[in-house]
Design a protein around this ligand. Structure first.
Ligand SMILES: *Cc1c(COP(=O)(O)O)cnc(C)c1O
Length: 359
């Protein structure tokens, strides 16, 4: 038998989560964000499952071309825009819609003399302070874009900095400033990420841009994915490869950080940071063995982790081990490793086989 670590991707859950987005924002079109290889789930399988989206968003022209060459015909937005003027020809050839977010890009568009037909998203900054034209400058920027031969349609977008925080004043101000900036332009606009979809209805506007909620993770503090009706998409699983009875005082694994307080069964599961399980997961991080919660103990190795099996002494090699997914919310693992679910998903490594399941 081969090494049992693998990631299951539930395409039915992806479809369900898209329907939840539509329930939260029934009047908006949905641009499903599938950047970074579909948040680590595999961009083609995610796009196929989310085929009912009104558009897709990715980061780069490479991802856009991959989708086009796989046959996806939906509008595709490139969230980072283009990096070099040479890419403009590719954007035209593959019908990819770039975000325009800084002066150099605008100048390159103005200088682009070849006939091109681009639908662009103009990014305006309302308080993220990362990229985008300041919202106050919109009246100056728009006429320049409208004068570009290569530009066919213009839409407006801005991005939230703090929407996962329910009472956020900064978010309220971003919504106000964006709404003010958009008013009178008669252009389509978009502000909401997943947190906006769930918690800020005033941000829904013409287009919503959900990412993380499509993968079944809660986008807001204080509400679980289950409470929001979201279903987990990825299950990271493996099997027990050894179970050993240890003595009181035995120090488990590298550095011997974790010492057995009594004679006890210790399991070894075939997964480690070489697979993308977070090395910083603390002792006590929950893991499911045969569907039952046990605790990670000791340091995470490259290929193995060690488990306190006192809660499941009957466990034996070959038993199924779930690291996240199903009844074990990835949010709990992220918290124990002091990171976010986005990063855990993106870090599953190339040696882990991905398997599609349907429900
Ligand atoms: C990644 C991204 C999103 C999606 O954010 P989530 O928090 O995953 O919903 C939306 N808009 C932009 C511009 C992004 O970069």
């Amino acid at each position: 038998m081969s090494r049992p670590a693998r990631a299951l991707v539930d395409t039915q859950a992806l479809r369900h989560n898209l329907q939840q987005v539509r329930k939260f924002a029934p009047a908006s079109k949905v641009m499903s964000v599938i950047k970074a290889n579909g948040y680590g789930h595999g961009i083609n399988r995610v796009a196929a499952a989310l085929i009912a989206s009104d558009a897709f968003a990715v980061t780069s022209v490479e991802e856009g071309i991959q989708l086009r060459e796989s046959g996806f015909w939906q509008p595709i937005c490139l969230l980072s825009g283009f990096f070099e003027p040479e890419e403009l020809l590719l954007l035209d050839a593959y019908a990819l819609s770039p975000v325009i977010h800084h002066e150099e890009q605008l100048q390159q568009l103005e200088a682009h003399k070849r006939q091109a037909v681009l639908d662009i998203w103009l990014k305006i900054d309302t308080g993220m302070y990362r990229v985008g034209f300041p919202w106050q400058s919109l009246a100056k920027i728009l006429p320049r874009l409208q004068a570009c031969r290569a530009v066919r349609t213009i839409r407006l977008l801005s991005h939230f900095a703090d929407a996962d925080n329910p009472g956020s004043e900064a978010t309220r101000k971003q919504i106000d400033d964006f709404t003010k900036a958009v008013a009178g332009t008669e252009l389509e606009s978009s502000l909401a990420n997943s947190a906006g979809v769930v918690a800020w209805p005033a941000s829904h506007l013409d287009w919503v841009r959900p990412g993380i909620m499509l993968y079944g993770t809660t986008p807001v503090a204080g509400k679980t994915a289950r409470e929001l009706g979201l279903q987990p998409v990825m299950t990271l699983e493996t099997r027990l490869m050894a179970v050993q009875w240890r003595n009181k005082g035995d120090a488990i694994g590298y550095g011997g950080d974790w010492v057995c307080p009594e004679a006890m069964p210790v399991g070894v599961a075939a997964i480690g940071y070489g697979d993308g399980y977070p090395r910083h997961a603390k002792s006590g991080t929950p893991v499911l063995v045969g569907g039952q919660r046990v605790s990670l103990i000791g340091r995470v190795s490259m290929d193995m982790i060690t488990l306190d099996l006192r809660a499941r002494p009957e466990a034996k090699p070959g038993d199924r081990v779930v690291l996240w997914g199903g009844n074990l919310p990835v949010e709990e693992i992220a918290r124990a490793a002091e990171t976010i679910s986005y990063e855990l998903f993106c870090h599953v490594t190339g040696r882990v086989p991905f398997v599609e399941v349907n429900g």
